[in-house]
Write a protein that binds this ligand. Structure first.
Ligand SMILES: Nc1ncnc2c1ncn2[C@@H]1O[C@H](COP(=O)(O)OP(=O)(O)OP(=O)(O)O)[C@@H](O)[C@H]1O
Length: 680
């Protein structure tokens, strides 16, 4: 049996028939032979290759249970799984939809959701340890990528972020190009990823690009969730064979764990081990080549000319209750068939051997994985993120460009409605209304136009962060500095239109102050969105919460209800002082009224009144500090919100392992979020 466990995969057909594969290989021109491009291989820095020529990752899990809340009880998703993933081998996790494949991958990669509870022992090289950055990567089902980048740009930026500074830019570019060709994307290199505004890469191409991004660093441990979804059978074969052949590239023994739905016979041949699940239970774990024999010995032989994986899945799929057809399983129903297989597996020599091996590995000490920092340096990452994000913002017409158009239209409306506002008594109220409406509408459109693109960036950030590409601080710096020029633009142009058409307080200083407050307000809204988006990364929830906060802030900003009329508990103290609209209104009012004289018309009996008196008596402004102090407070709030985003993101990452450890002491040290936490 030991020899069985280590045997190489055999043909995956129930009856060999290679003709269809030959046709597929010949007709699919997307893919290139990776070995034709061996000349590209030396692009990998020889130093790095040498450093990476070390031990692989041996992962074991023993009696692994995962449960989720189900009313007052807990529902098991995984039920006492035991198995291993060895260096140089490809472990396939198969089973019907909903059987727990993704949950198993998530548990192994330390990515289970907060409502799950995990028990059992997961070890890496016999140790409980966090996976270090660069030793593992996870290709999830969700292909979160920046929609406006082309396939080549997405991979190129990723290579700059992930690969070490010891590699030259040319080497990184070559690695990115080579990886794209490996995955058969050479004809799509200049195609944009695409999103809701424009169609770009197909679903299968996006899948392959996601895989490219994660295999760029040639990680020693690779998790793939449905890598072939959306691909035709020939493309699936090529993708899986490239993944399987990662081991052959540079002598590093990689451990690959992939969940897969419907592998063709050719793909099935690539698997070394197979973990077959049904309703969270192991139906079979062992060499893929012995699975046929296992099913046949239990009375479920694979019919002639049948794809073995189709046969296995048909026998164990409980979603569509039916008798297993005559010839497949002697007329027993699916539940009985699963019971037979589960019991038979538990009492099998294969299972005993697997358990023995897992125990031996747990007791052995093959050395903890050394934590490596092979990604680009922090400042380089910040610079690359600024460049990438700037390019994305420039191309994404649904973000700043659309907002600029809407702001300009509103500015034109305001400018014409309040055209040549004058300095009569009537203009006092008009100036107040103009400024507060301008700020209020700007903040709401910033929310509506800015939140969806921000969530898109957050999704990409979350994926890249979990895979340890860069840290929260680098993301924050990248996001902030790339957005500043666009925010200046969307403040400057509408501000200019309103200022000149309505004839607000004349003078360069007054104009620049108006633009500065518009900019600070827009930036404050975006900063608030970051905080809320980090806590509630959901479009509807985030919009409603930020919208609600904004509405209250505008209401208590001191215009719609004068400051002295605001109820003192709660509304005046502290909310009025927390509202950034208060500082925006106050700063703009001071900028507008101070130094001007109003009246001299029939409405005030030809009397005049100074702007300062209006500020004090009419608008009840705090005159103890200048308008510059209001602007400084606004800018301070931007910094505060962004620091809050940083603190919340980091504490969420820190809290996750603690919550996991609390829920499951055995899983204490094992969490993916801590990977790459050495990064800022
Ligand atoms: N955090 C969770 N809370 C509640 N139920 C969950 C959670 N995670 C998984 N489940 C449930 O566990 C079951 C297994 O889910 P999982 O995503 O692992 O299945 P899968 O085999 O990967 O499915 P598919 O092949 O369709 O992707 C499903 O019924 C799912 O609804």
């Amino acid at each position: 049996m030991t020899s069985l466990l280590h045997s190489q995969p055999k043909a995956g057909y129930c009856e060999p028939n290679n003709s269809s594969r030959v046709i597929q290989l010949q007709t699919n021109l997307d893919f290139i032979n990776p070995f034709e491009n061996e000349a590209v291989k030396p692009t990998e820095s020889s130093k790095d290759s040498q450093r990476m020529m070390d031990e692989g990752v041996l992962m074991t899990w023993e009696d692994l249970w995962v449960t989720v809340p189900n009313g007052k009880n807990r529902k098991p998703i995984l039920q006492g799984l035991t198995g291993y993933a060895k260096p140089g081998q490809l472990l396939a996790i198969m089973g019907p939809s909903g059987c727990g494949k993704t949950t198993l991958l998530d548990a192994l990669a330390g990515r289970l959701g907060s409502n799950t509870k995990q028990t059992g022992k997961i070890l890496i090289n016999g140790h409980k340890q966090a996976l270090a950055y660069g030793t593992s990567a996870y290709v999830t089902q969700d292909d979160a990528m920046l929609s406006t980048l082309t396939a080549r740009e997405a991979l190129y930026y990723s290579s700059l972020l992930q690969l070490p500074d010891s590699m030259s830019i040319e080497e990184k570019k070559d690695r990115a190009d080579f990886t794209l060709r490996e995955m058969g994307l050479q004809d799509a290199i200049n195609t944009r990823v695409g999103g809701w505004t424009s169609k770009g890469l197909s679903g299968g191409q996006k899948r392959r690009l996601s895989i490219c991004i994660e295999i760029l660093t040639r990680p020693r441990l690779l998790f793939l969730d449905e890598p072939t979804s959306g691909l035709d059978s020939a493309a699936s074969y090529y993708v899986m064979s490239r993944i399987a052949s990662l081991n052959l590239r540079d002598g590093i023994q990689r451990t690959i764990v992939a969940s897969i739905h419907q592998p063709s016979s050719e793909v099935f041949q690539l698997f070394h081990n197979l973990c077959l699940l049904s309703c969270g239970e192991t139906v079979y774990f062992g060499p893929a080549s012995s699975a046929n024999e296992f099913f046949a010995s239990n009375g479920f032989p694979c019919p002639t000319l049948y794809n073995p994986s189709d046969h296995f899945l048909r026998i164990i799929n409980t979603d569509f209750e039916q008798d297993v057809e005559e010839g497949l399983g002697k007329g027993v129903n699916t539940e009985e068939a699963i019971n037979v297989l589960v019991k038979s597996y538990l009492s099998s020599e294969t299972h005993k051997q697997i358990q023995k091996e897992v125990e031996e590995i747990s007791e052995s000490d093959s050395g903890a994985i050394e934590k490596k920092r092979i990604h680009a340096a922090f400042f380089n990452q910040c610079f690359i993120l600024i460049r990438r994000s700037s390019l994305h913002m420039y191309r994404d017409i649904s973000n700043y460009w659309l907002r600029l158009a809407v702001y300009a239209a509103i500015a034109l409306s305001l400018g014409t409605i309040f055209y040549d506002i004058g300095s009569s008594y009537g203009s006092i109220q008009a100036r107040g209304s103009l400024l507060t409406f301008f700020i209020s509408v700007l903040t709401f459109i910033t929310l509506i136009g800015g939140f969806p693109p921000f969530l898109e960036e957050m999704k990409v950030f979350k994926r890249e962060r979990l895979n340890g590409h860069y840290g929260v601080t680098a993301f924050l710096i990248g996001n902030t500095f790339s957005a500043v020029p666009y925010m200046l633009l969307i403040s400057l142009i509408p501000g200019l239109i309103v200022y000149y058409l309505s004839g607000l307080h004349k003078g360069l200083e007054h104009f620049l102050y108006l633009i500065a407050v518009l900019f600070a307000t827009v930036m404050s809204v975006e900063s608030l969105m970051m905080v809320v988006g980090c806590i509630f990364p959901n479009f509807i929830m985030g919009m409603i919460i930020v919208g609600g906060i904004q509405g209250v802030m505008i209401l208590i900003g001191g215009f719609y209800r004068l400051p002295n009329d605001l109820p003192k508990p709660f509304w005046r103290y502290p909310l009025y002082y927390i509202s950034f609209h208060k500082y925006a209104f106050q700063g703009l009012f001071k900028n507008e009224f101070e130094g001007l004289t109003f009246g001299g018309d029939q409405y005030g009996g030809n009397k005049t009144i100074s702007g300062r008196d209006i500020l004090t008596n009419t608008w009840q402004m705090e005159m103890g500090h200048s308008k510059w102090a209001d602007l400084a407070i606004l800018l301070g709030m931007i910094v505060l919100y962004r620091l809050l985003f940083l603190a919340i993101s980091k504490s969420k990452e820190k809290a996750k392992p603690m919550v996991a450890a609390f829920r499951c002491p055995q899983a204490k040290l094992f969490t993916t979020v801590t990977r790459g936490n050495e990064q800022n």
